[in-house]
Design a protein around this ligand. Structure first.
Ligand code: FMN
Length: 327
């Protein structure tokens, strides 16, 4: 029987993103835009040799989240493992922590990870996948989800993959509608998400190319998915869940750009304050993060390229903030 979902039907989930969704980022987003229903850590890789200490697992979640029951209940904890790693031992350690939701990353396209038989590699080695899913399932009693792409090289074994996942006792499934080999090319194919919704009994979460509130609505309509997850769209418009909940698709485009500018300033100001106070991070670290956060933020600006390059070329936070004052 499917376990209770950690969030209600129709939820908007902030995707796990390496180099982005660390504890301070997640808590800042939660403060600024509480309309997001749920968050995820990025992946913690289970090592092929040796094992991680309990404190390393807590550190990945963040100590403030670890000791805040309300936030903890809204946070999925993601791991990435390989055929060589001792997944069972890792999950035994994880299961001693008060985590209520473990997510397995089966979408990572990194060559190094795939060569170690991890991430998206497992989409085409169903024997190994079944073993790993079994190791996790029998050692973790709470919500266990997996996040996949629609195949490795192609989608030939998609139905078999779905059945393997469901039959292994996984509680919910997130699907990014691209193969591993597609990386981010082409358009995410939502028809596979619909196919999974129709085939499976467990809830399916739709992911891939959700940039606007219209996209979110279309994903729900087209696929019938239980919830949606946003990655790059959430980086471009971190307040997208607010827009969706306040206006649905009735957004006044004319006010959107002006509002965007003000929101961008507030976003970076809050992040800088929080990274300095809580992480605590060096200016260099913060600048590095700010540059990756800038990747999609300015796409709707008239001079998008020039604006972005000002931020990307900033040599210190002061320069970054100088450009921020002038957008
Ligand atoms: C910068 C970045 C980092 C990512 N890191 C992770 C990760 O740690 N775990 C994961 O499952 N997916 C990761 N992804 C993939 C996203 O979660 C998401 O599945 C993918 O971007 C497709 O959704 P989108 O079109 O909404 O971006 C990452 C994506 C980006 C852009």
């Amino acid at each position: 029987m499917t376990k209770t979902m950690p969030y209600p039907q129709g939820s908007l989930l902030f995707a796990p993103m390496e180099g982005v969704t660390d504890e301070t980022y997640r808590l800042t987003i939660k403060d600024l835009y509480p309309e997001w229903d749920y968050y995820h850590t990025d992946f913690l890789r289970i090592p092929s040799q040796g094992h991680l200490s309990e404190s390393r697992y807590i550190e990945h979640l963040g100590h403030r989240v670890f000791s805040n029951q309300n936030v903890l209940e809204k946070t999925g904890y993601q791991i990435l493992t390989t055929a060589r790693a001792n997944t069972q031992l890792a999950v035994e350690t994880i299961s001693k922590l008060p985590l209520k939701h473990l997510d397995l990353n089966l979408g990572c396209p990194s060559k190094k990870v795939n060569a170690h038989k991890g991430g998206a590699y497992l989409l085409e080695d169903l024997v190994e996948l079944k073993r790993i899913l079994g190791d996790i399932r029998k050692n973790f009693e709470h919500h266990f989800s997996v996040k996949i792409r629609i195949g490795y090289k192609n989608t030939d074994n998609f139905d078999e993959l779905l059945d393997t996942i469901q039959n292994s006792g996984v509680d919910s499934l997130t699907i990014h509608g691209r193969t591993r080999d597609q990386l981010y090319k082409g358009k995410a194919d939502w028809s596979f998400i619909k196919r999974a919704v129709e085939r499976l009994e467990i809830p399916v979460i739709g992911n891939g190319d959700l940039w606007t509130t219209e996209d979110v609505e279309a994903m729900f309509d087209v696929t019938g998915c239980y919830a949606v997850m946003l990655g790059r769209g959430a980086l471009k418009t971190p307040w997208l869940a607010t827009l969706y909940k306040d206006y649905g698709t009735n957004i006044n485009e004319a006010t959107l750009l002006e509002e965007r500018k003000q929101r961008i300033v507030d976003y970076f100001n809050a992040l800088e304050t929080n990274y300095k106070e809580f992480t605590p991070a060096t200016e260099e670290f913060i600048l590095g993060r700010f540059k990756s956060f800038s990747r999609y933020l300015f796409e709707d600006f008239d001079e998008a390229e020039t604006t972005r390059s000002h931020f990307l070329r900033s040599r210190n936070l002061e320069e970054f903030n100088f450009h921020l004052d002038r957008i």
